[in-house]
Design a protein around this ligand. Structure first.
Ligand code: ATP
Ligand code: MG
Length: 241
């Protein structure tokens, strides 16, 4: 079967990546604090639900769900409506752990536990899109062993590809030094989009660059990214020098 594209629905982005993410791929977005990582991943899920009738799952590992709902409501996204209809699942991993009676001292979830949970969740929801905000948080589980983190992340990406869904993982970048928190995430994913926050004469400017996308002819220019009341707007025609 020939695989198609999965449009993000984010203004200006799809035209940079031949119409969207490759179907069934594992995509990575990195950026510093406040660079719109959570917004891009929520818009990807929300647009799938609203414009394509595709069920989506948003896993939040760092922020409580109330924060995500509050932020997304401010962009006009009615998360609760689609949650009630069972088309959008917003899961707070902290809450899931507390409900399952896990040891609260253990504040981080590993890939093994996540795969077990997702296996069931994907079966009953039939989700076609998944956002994980963020894998940085999961990596904390393996801080003592970078080799193990790489193996586990690789296994996790293979698991996601087998599930016939298009996923988006978020990771932090470390300003000025590293594009991804662990320096390995971009080798394991099928695509890599880097968000930036640049200080231009005392004013912060947001940027977006597509650094890699397997199976895709894509743009490689650094573009301005604006946050408007409707969400992200990537200026596909303009460049940042
Ligand atoms: N209505 C709005 N209009 C313009 N900008 C906004 C609006 N609401 C929030 N922002 C900006 O968006 C930024 C947050 O975006 P988002 O939460 O997606 O970033 P993030 O990269 O996920 O951040 P973090 O690293 O904290 O998780 C805020 O820091 C704020 O500057
Ligand atoms: Mg965030």
């Amino acid at each position: 079967m020939i695989k198609g594209r999965v449009p993000t629905g984010i203004t200006g982005l799809d035209e940079l990546i031949s119409g969207g993410f490759p179907e069934d791929s594992v995509n990575l977005v990195s950026g510093p604090a406040g660079s719109a990582k959570s917004l891009i991943s929520m818009q990807f899920i929300y647009n799938g639900v609203v414009n394509h009738g595709e069920t989506g799952i948003y896993l939040t590992l760092e922020e409580p769900r109330e924060n995500i709902i509050r932020a997304m409501t401010s962009y006009g996204m009615d998360i609760e409506k689609y949650e009630k209809e069972g088309k959008l699942l917003l899961l707070d991993m902290g809450e899931v752990r507390r409900r399952s009676g896990s040891d609260e001292e253990v504040d981080v979830v590993g890939f093994e536990g996540l795969m077990t949970m997702l296996d069931n969740l994907l079966k009953f929801s039939g989700a076609k899109r998944l956002s994980i905000d963020s894998v940085t948080a999961i990596g904390l589980h393996y801080e003592d062993s970078p080799g193990r983190l790489r193996r586990e992340l690789f296994k996790f990406a293979s698991f996601l590809r087998e599930k016939e869904l298009t996923s988006l993982m978020i990771t932090e970048s470390i300003e000025g030094t590293q594009l991804t928190r662990y320096g390995i995430e971009q080798f394991i994913s099928d695509s890599f989009i880097v968000l930036g926050l640049e200080d231009v004469k005392g004013e912060l400017r947001r940027t977006l660059t597509v650094r890699k996308m397997r199976f895709t002819k894509h743009d490689t220019t650094k573009h301005p990214l604006l946050i408007t009341s409707n969400g992200i707007n990537v200026s596909a025609e303009s460049k940042v020098f």
